[in-house]
Ligand binder design. Structure first.
Ligand SMILES: NC(=O)c1ccc[n+]([C@@H]2O[C@H](COP(=O)([O-])OP(=O)(O)OC[C@H]3O[C@@H](n4cnc5c(N)ncnc54)[C@H](OP(=O)(O)O)[C@@H]3O)[C@@H](O)[C@H]2O)c1
Length: 449
């Protein structure tokens, strides 16, 4: 049977459904599933909060006997392996569905192609690749972590009519209006982690949480690139670190053991890269609570086993992440290390006492930081500036999507210039669309693969 416009409509509905739990299914993808019999939806589900149960068994349970002879629409290839749940492909076979329509095949080597083969071997008709581009977009975090061993990175910037992102020495300057800000809150809610540079953390004193009523528990982990532990102890980030996790990415120069360190453990980098690929079938990624989201996805209670300061890849003993081959730890670009070690120790102690996690990984090397975040289960990262941090990620080629808000306000001569505007979007990005929020305009760009 060939793919029909009806198939595309039902798949579009399954993709919309899948987006409901984005950012809330730990390391599992948020998948949508519809069971359709004679043109009527008899069962539907999205991957449960925390990642289990998967969408298929829930949708089949809702459909009951009506699933016999029906068509299942699934946004991601059904799993074929025995993990913490039995294979979804087996559940589909047992239910008696006649046809399965899939948007995206799973790159997980434990599943890839095998889910489809199991279904076909059982005599079920399978069509894959339906609305694949849209399906891929909805699964972008999961797919990027699986195939690139790093989170999917969105860079969001708000630019004034005169091309500025802020005003020097003036803290937060309102550039966009309330409608755009509400949209950014929704984006934060579906993202695992949010990152800013220390310049922004100091000048804006932001909270970086989700404050939309009903979504407060979905605040992302907050990460600050802070080479020399300059984040003020009086900042809102520090004050709220026990409620929503804060991770400071500090230079190896301020690592407490750096004075004793004769080089670095050579295994550190290899270890997390190997684990991050997901190629090791024994590797069970941590749940979102374990990665430091700070809240059990199913409850408002803080997670008790919050990780302690240390290697961002391993979340354990305080060791820096290995530098790239050929580079020495503690490069000058790693920030201004405070001269006074006692002061540094007391700052570190005060930050940790406030619940802040400190990891030691050259903040100027996102190509090292991102795989380390992926091993902690972070599949999506929102980079919210400032200008230098945006440039750092763009120059490293580690931005997958740009969200550029353009507002009618003017900042003037003392403004901080945006690294780009709509007239000079970095090369390699395709314009995906424009949306209007009040007086502001949002243009979205995706990296061309
Ligand atoms: N409109 C938007 O979308 C948006 C979003 C976020 C931020 N912003 C604005 O962007 C501005 C900040 O951008 P930015 O490019 O200056 O910084 P940033 O990218 O947030 O942070 C990185 C830079 O902060 C500087 N910095 C300032 N104080 C520091 C300290 N005590 N220790 C270490 N580094 C320090 C460092 O610059 P040096 O290496 O030169 O010292 C560092 O490279 C703020 O005005 C903020 O309001 C706008």
């Amino acid at each position: 049977m060939s793919v029909t416009p009806h198939d595309e409509s039902f798949m579009a509905a399954a993709i919309r459904l899948s987006r409901r739990h984005l950012g809330r299914t730990a390391t599992n993808p948020s998948v949508g599933c519809l069971i359709v019999k004679d043109g009527v939806i008899v069962g539907q589900a999205v991957t449960a909060l925390g990642g289990r149960p998967h969408a298929e068994p829930q949708a089949l349970a809702e459909a009951g006997e009506a699933a016999r002879g029906a068509t299942a629409y699934v946004t991601l290839e059904p799993c074929s392996h025995h993990g913490k749940t039995p294979p979804c492909a087996e559940a589909l076979i047992a239910s008696g569905v006649a046809r399965v329509v899939i948007s995206v095949t799973d790159p997980d080597p434990r599943v890839s192609g095998r889910g489809i083969s199991m279904l076909r071997d059982a005599g079920i008709e399978v069509d894959a690749g339906v609305l694949e581009a849209e399906g891929r977009r909805s699964l972008a975090g999961y797919l990027t972590r699986q195939t690139k061993s790093r989170p999917y990175v969105t860079l969001k910037l708000a630019v004034s009519a005169d091309g500025m992102i802020g005003r020097a020495g003036e803290g937060q300057v309102a550039i966009t209006g309330p409608e755009a800000r509400a949209e950014v809150q929704a984006l934060r809610a579906e993202t695992d982690a949010i990152l800013v540079g220390i310049g922004t953390a100091i000048s804006d004193d932001p909270l970086l949480t989700v404050r939309t009523p009903g979504l407060e528990a979905q605040s992302p982990i907050r990460i600050v690139l802070d080479p020399s532990l300059a984040l003020p102890l009086t900042s809102k980030l520090v004050a709220t670190a026990r409620d929503v996790p804060v991770i400071l990415v500090a230079s190896e120069q301020v690592w407490p053991l750096s004075a004793d360190a004769e080089g670095l453990p050579p295994s550190v980098l290899a270890d997390y890269r190997g684990r991050a690929t997901g190629l090791d079938p024994s590797f069970e990624p941590p749940t979102k609570g374990e990665v430091g989201k700070g809240r059990d996805p199913n409850s408002l209670a803080p997670v008790s086993n919050k990780s302690t300061s240390g290697n961002v890849a391993q979340g354990a003993s305080p060791q820096p992440i290995s530098p790239l081959v050929g580079e020495m730890p503690g490069r000058a670009e790693g920030g201004t290390a405070p001269a006074d070690a006692t002061d540094l120790d007391s700052r570190r102690a005060a930050l940790e006492a406030a619940g802040v996690e400190i990891v030691y990984c050259n903040p100027y090397h996102p190509e090292i930081l991102l795989p380390a975040l992926a091993t902690r289960g972070i599949s999506s990262l929102l980079v919210e500036g400032g200008a230098k941090t945006a440039r750092l990620f763009l120059e490293a080629g580690l931005v997958d999507r740009i969200q550029l808000y353009q507002a009618p306000v003017t900042i003037g001569a003392d403004g901080i210039e945006s690294p780009f505007d709509a007239t000079d979007i970095p090369s390699g990005f395709a314009h995906m669309g424009t949306r209007i929020f009040g007086a502001d305009r949002l243009d979205e760009y995706e990296r061309e693969s």
